[in-house]
Design a protein around this ligand. Structure first.
Ligand code: BG6
Length: 487
């Protein structure tokens, strides 16, 4: 399938205003893997402001020297960016970087660094604080920004986890709101920055073809499936206290569900999208623990840093229900886990069978095989396939399964494609909150998650490289977990 696109608006027309970007946690893992490489990629693509400075911040204990930080940034980009840190573009980007330390009881160097950067730019550049710090440090940094007088008119990007349950999420939101208005806050979920997740909205609302069937009359089930091949990759310190349910479901998977299930917003504005997403979250029934399976891969207990008797789940599968006019009775199956058979990121929409079975199919065909499915693969670069039945050539009326498919990489130049973080940092600089998460959204998701947090089902073991505990099939009956190409 080939695609026609309108000529790109020139990047300059969508360039954010001049900025001082302040990166807390600048020496941490997220900054290394995503944020520094992402900023450099945006710079190379001409999407950063005409004038900007990036100020890296870390606590003074164990902080690198300015020269060491520059080397760190260079190495991070070399390892994790699609664009190598060489030539004029790197020189120009490196010229915008600086480093300072900040401690809660002594923000003086931070203030000096932010003011110095603003002076270099001239005028009144916008301030963007990106808090790539652990949850405990987040509140401290927010309070420090308030005390230091840096919050006024600034924007702040907050990283997940947004609390660990409803009470802690409320405490965190209160602490943030003591310093920033909600309009200044950009809670980031990098799944919402993925081209193919945003494309769910285009697919649904820019076409007359799909939205008319996007409801309980035509859809039998929805599956949101993010199996990962990766294990916890040495992140026990983070993962032990978190687990798959908090790490993936209460964040990424339910956010994607919000896009799949929302009513048509009146516009693509942040306010309109947030409103419709919130209605979906408000319609979600509190999760029923009898429809939740928690798994742990065999060998997890032997991972360095994991408690010998840990009951942290590395896998979770569940059935969610959106109790509203559009979706009543349609199960939403969610599944994610570490050390699984494949790494995929898929939304599958199962359409109902036609009312009359006119055609013979061979005996091996199950009822599920008769369903049409729309499969949205939202792992970059992404694709959408519509699976359906056709007549096989030949003298008999025999049915065979086939698909119509759209693949980003075959249809468009993906040179302009942005990674989730890149897209979202850019949107935060533009001041557009459409793809970010609201305080109310976070709190509602913790609310519906409460039954699982309070009464977690017993852990079931699964083999690394498998599709999780076999008991998950009971969740989807009479349908089935389905992944194209061998799931
Ligand atoms: C992160 C989780 O938010 O998302 C990780 O903490 C997970 O555990 C990751 O592996 C998956 O995201 P992606 O899109 O980078 O594969």
């Amino acid at each position: 399938m080939h695609a026609k696109s309108h000529a790109d608006a020139s990047p300059a027309s969508r360039r954010p205003p001049d900025h001082v970007i302040v990166l807390f946690g600048a020496t941490g893992d997220l900054a290394k893997r995503k944020l520094l490489p992402g900023l450099f990629r945006l710079a190379v693509a001409g999407l950063l402001p005409a004038h900007y400075r990036v100020v890296g911040i870390a606590p003074s204990a164990g902080a690198p020297s300015a020269a060491e930080f520059m080397q760190h940034a260079h190495d991070a980009v070399a390892e994790f960016s699609s664009v190598p840190p060489t030539g004029e573009s790197w020189k120009a980007f490196a010229g915008t970087l600086s480093f300072a330390t900040a401690d809660p009881d002594d923000p003086s160097k931070l203030v000096a660094a932010v003011e110095g950067a603003a002076k270099e730019i001239g005028g009144r550049p916008q301030r963007l604080f990106h808090l790539a710090v652990p949850p405990a440090a987040c509140q401290e940094v927010v309070a420090m920004l308030g005390r230091a007088g840096l919050a006024d008119g600034a924007r702040v990007i907050i990283e997940k986890p947004f609390g660990t349950d409803l009470a802690s999420a409320r405490t965190l939101n209160d602490a943030i709101h003591a310093v920033f208005d909600e309009e200044q806050v950009f809670r980031i979920d990098h799944f919402l920055g993925k081209e193919s997740v945003e494309n769910i909205l285009a697919f649904r609302f820019a076409n007359g073809l799909f939205e008319p069937v996007w409801n309980r009359a035509h859809i039998a089930y929805v599956q949101i499936d993010v199996p990962e091949k990766l294990s916890i990759e040495g992140r026990a310190a983070f993962y032990e206290g978190t687990g798959a349910f908090r790490d993936m479901v209460v964040t990424h998977l339910l956010q994607v569900l919000g896009f799949v299930a929302m009513e048509p917003p009146i516009s693509f504005s942040a306010h309109a999208l947030a409103e419709e997403k919130q209605k979906v979250f408000d319609s979600l029934r509190p999760l029923d623990v009898t429809h939740v399976v928690r798994g742990q891969y065999e060998g997890y207990l032997a991972e360095p840093g994991v408690a010998a008797d840990s009951t942290t789940e590395t896998f979770v599968a569940l059935r969610a229900e959106v109790d509203n006019w559009r979706w009543a009775g349609v199960p939403f199956f969610l599944r994610t886990g570490k050390s699984m058979a494949a790494g995929r990121q898929l939304v599958t929409i199962g359409l109902r069978e036609p009312v009359l079975r006119m055609f013979d199919v061979d005996a091996s065909t199950t009822s599920s095989d008769r369903l049409n499915e729309i499969v949205i693969d939202f792992a970059d670069p992404g694709s959408i396939a519509v699976e359906f039945l056709v007549k096989e050539p030949g003298a008999d009326m025999r049915l065979g399964r086939t698909e119509m498919a759209f693949r980003y990489q075959d249809s468009f130049s993906t040179a302009n494609e942005l990674e989730g973080y890149e897209r979202l940092i850019l949107e935060a600089m533009r001041g557009d909150r459409a793809l970010f998460i609201t305080a109310a959204g976070v709190e509602r998701l913790w609310e519906i998650a409460a039954p699982v947090l309070e009464h977690p089902p017993t852990i079931e073991l699964y083999q690394p490289g498998s599709w999780g505990p076999s008991s998950i099939d009971r969740i989807t009956r009479p349908y089935r977990w389905h992944l194209p190409e061998g799931g």
